[in-house]
Every structure is written in C-alpha cells, then in structure tokens.
Design a protein around this ligand. Structure first.
Ligand code: 4AD
Ligand code: MG
Length: 431
C-alpha cells in the first residue's frame, strides 16, 4: 500500500507521520489516554493517543475494539527507550478495517491441544512470530552459504519407488497402478546429481511415518541435504561445522529482536564457534558409562543418551563412526574397523541432540550390491543407484540437516512443533 510503512523499517521514520496497517493485539485506557498494542506482521509497537488526538467517538469505539481487529493507524514515530522496538506511535488517526469477533486465544494459559487446534491463529502470537521469523532466516542463511560456496541446488523427487532411510517409516501412496512412497530424504538422488555436478544440495520436505511421539519428531519436516563428490568423512565434518557457524552468526546479526521476544540466552549461541568437538561413537559410549548411564555398545543412542552427551559440551559436538547395525545400508565402512561406518551425527548442546546426520557413502560396487541385498531392498528399484558405482565411482559424502531441529535448538524452545507453521505429528493432521 502506498504511503504505508512496516514496523521493521520504523527507525528510518523517526519524527515523521506514518501509517501502519495491521491488527490490534491488546489495549488499555485510562478513559483519557489509550494504549493500543499493535502488530503488522513485521513487528510490534504501542500506539498512544488521547481523546483530543482522535476525537471522542473514535476513542470510545477503539476503547471497546476486540483484539485482532484489523486497523490502520496514523501517527508520529517517537523514540521510546523503554519500548522493545525502540519506538512508539503518537496516534493521530485510526481506521477500523475489520472489527473482529471475540478472539478465542486470550491472555490466560491455554492447553497444548487447544493451541494446536487454533494453529492458524496461534501463529500470530509474538513467540510464534519470533520462532517462524528465525526459521525463515535459517533457511535463507543455509541457501546463502551453499549458493555462495559452489553448490548447485538440484531438488529431488517427492514421489519415489525406493526407501532411503529404512522401510519401516515409509508413507505409501498410489501412483496410478503402481505403489510409490513419499520421500524420506533426497540423498540417493543427490548422489547421482553430485556425480553430474560435483557439489549439490536439495532442499525440501521429508516425510516419515514415525510412530514417535517425542518433542523432536515431526512426520513432515524440512531437510537441506548437501552432497559432494570426492568428499571424505573429514571433509563432511568441516562443511557441517562451517555451515552451522555461518547460520548462527547470521542469526545473531539479524534476529536479536526475535531472540529477545523468546528471552533466549545469546551467550549460549555466541559460543557456537569452530572447532566443534569431534568424538567417536565408542568414546561416547564410554562417556555414558562414566556418567552412570546403562548402555550397550552397538545400540543406537536414544534421545536421553544424546541429551547426556550434548549436555557435556558447550557447543555442537560431532559424533563419528557409528556401528553398522544402527546406520542405513549406504554408509561407507570404516577401513580401520569393519564393525563401524564413516558416519557422523551432529548433536546440538543444551540437551537438544541430533540436528545433522550424514557421512561418507559406500563407493564400491560389490559392497553396495551386498548391502542392498542384505537390507532386503528390491534390487530393481536400486539398479540406477548401483549404476553410480559402475561409471566413475569416487569417494563421496554429504549430510542432512533438519531445519526444525536446528530452529528448536537456536530458539531454545521445548518442542519442535512450534518451528513449523502447520506441524504434522502423530495424531495431528489438522489444521
Ligand atoms: O539422520 P537422517 O535420517 O539422515 C538422512 O535422512 C540422510 N539421508 C541425510 C543425508 O545424509 N543426506 O535425517 C537427517 C536430519 C536429522 O539429523 C534431523 O535433523 C532431521 O533430519 N530429522 C528430523 N527432523 C524432524 N522430525 C523427524 N522425524 C526427523 N528425522 C530426521
Ligand atoms: Mg539420523
């Protein structure tokens, strides 16, 4: 709209008369002066006006306006050191665009399921605003890093005939008269594009029918997956570390107001600098034992085990060389110990656990063929993937970073469901 500005640009308009378009998030008045809490989708600001400023009739109407009514406000931008935005608006005029019905989300505490049922409205609330703005910047920073470091974005199919991350979490669908699955990961296709373009990444939704009702599992999540020809495990560790540092640095530069809304302790994020500790799975099993946790070598770390490990470090930790039994068929085998894989999981600190998973891939034809057969995977659907080991096979690797896992950690929030606009979880498909 011409003549209107956004709250995020308000500092450029100090002392000027401006118009903002948005919604009322709260109000109070002394009968003489009105304090209107206002948001426009880019930020929050308080508007202050007296009866003289807007006239008695409008004053009385606004004084009874339900929250979430849509309004245009006009007034002077005044610096206010106490305001979170640094400014307030001295009301000179107000136009009611839509008077809302009584808003279902109030100031009182609501239960989780009530808020999730009202997710289409809940996303307006300031914490949700902050989390989703941080998420958007994470995505932008990830793309900025990869696009700026020679990676070509080649997205991979959503409908596929083959499993990547195990057959137990596949969503099955009809594909005309065939069966297809929704993608769990673009990795297998990435390996093909990496052999064609060198450094690639795909970025899209991953779908897993996981029957896990935890605070870190979504059924539908977004994953960025770089894949690099000629990369070894060591290269993969360097790239993950650099990417995560790059993203956190940009967030600290651009998203301070959002972190303030979340009351995030930024000292914890300022520590996220290279080098990240690099440890092995076996060392972490020893660590668990030292801490009195019962754990059998060869098992996968559960969320509580990862929490214990990640609380032992002040920045993300990269755990390498997991046993073959807990990793998918495509993982390269450690040449120094064939019980192990050349894999890595990055665990976020503060108990958040895994945010990145990846490693080096099996590059040898016969070993891969044996792994496909051992996994009881239908050979016909993997023949194209096996082909990659027939024509110029090289060491290569990559990783997948879960956008919502990363967002949960950097925001310091409890549950992953708040990091995506419309979460899909076990027992929740709506709204
Ligand atoms: O560790 P995962 O399963 O690895 C892969 O899918 C590889 N194919 C990636 C690759 O090497 N290209 O998943 C990667 C990341 C995890 O570290 C986690 O951040 C996220 O995806 N993730 C989930 N996020 C939310 N909900 C779930 N159910 C998730 N499962 C994995
Ligand atoms: Mg994993």
């Amino acid at each position: 709209m011409t003549g209107c500005i956004y709250i995020e640009d308000i500092a450029q308009h100090e002392g000027q008369q401006v118009t903002l378009q948005g919604w009322v998030t709260g109000r109070r008045s002394s009968g003489k002066i009105l304090f209107l809490q206002f948001r426009d989708g880019t930020g929050f600001i308080q508007c202050v006006g007296g009866r003289n400023d807007i006239g008695d009739e409008l004053f009385d109407r606004v004084d009874h306006l339900p929250i979430e009514s849509a309004v245009r406000v006009t007034g002077e931008v005044r610096a206010d050191a106490r305001a979170p935005s640094g400014f307030e608006l001295g009301l000179a005029g107000l136009e009611v665009v839509h008077e809302a019905e009584e808003y279902p989300i109030g100031r009182k505490e609501h239960g989780d399921s009530f808020l999730l049922d009202h997710r289409h409205l809940w996303i307006r609330q300031s914490q949700q605003f902050a989390v989703l703005r941080i998420r958007a910047t994470i995505i932008s920073a990830v793309r900025e890093y990869l696009d700026g470091h020679g990676y070509l974005n080649i997205d991979t199919p959503i409908l596929t005939p083959a499993a990547c991350e195990g057959t137990t979490t596949l969503f099955e669908t009809e594909y005309f008269d065939e069966k297809a699955y929704l993608t769990q990961s673009g990795q297998l296709y990435n390996e093909a594009t990496a052999m064609a373009f060198g450094r690639v990444y795909c970025f899209g939704p991953a779908l897993r029918a996981e029957k896990s009702k935890t605070r870190r599992h979504l059924i539908e999540f977004w994953q960025v997956e770089p894949e690099i020809a000629y990369a070894t495990l060591e290269d993969i560790l360097d790239i993950q570390e650099e990417l995560v540092c790059f993203v956190v640095e940009r967030l600290l530069r651009e998203r301070k107001p959002e972190f303030a809304i979340l009351k995030r302790d930024l000292a914890l994020l300022e520590r996220v600098k290279a080098p990240f500790p690099r440890v092995t799975y076996t060392e972490m099993v020893d660590l668990l034992h030292e801490k009195g946790v019962e754990f059998t070598w060869g098992d996968d770390f559960g969320a509580p085990d990862e929490a214990v490990i990640s609380e032992s470090f002040d920045r993300p930790v990269m755990v390498t060389r997991y046993p073959r039994g807990v990793k998918p068929f495509y993982m390269a085998i450690d040449p120094e110990d064939e019980r192990l894989t050349l894999s890595v999981d990055m665990l976020a600190p503060e108990g958040y656990g895994e945010i990145v998973g990846g490693g080096e891939r099996l590059a040898d034809l016969a070993t891969l063929e044996a792994a496909v057969d051992a996994g009881a995977l239908p050979r016909a659907d993997y023949e194209w993937y096996i082909d990659l080991r027939r024509y110029g096979s090289v060491p290569h690797g990559g990783f997948g970073m879960g956008i919502e896992r990363l967002t949960t950690w950097v925001c310091g929030i409890h549950h992953i469901r708040e990091t995506i606009a419309f979460p899909r979880m076990l027992n929740r498909l709506r709204p």
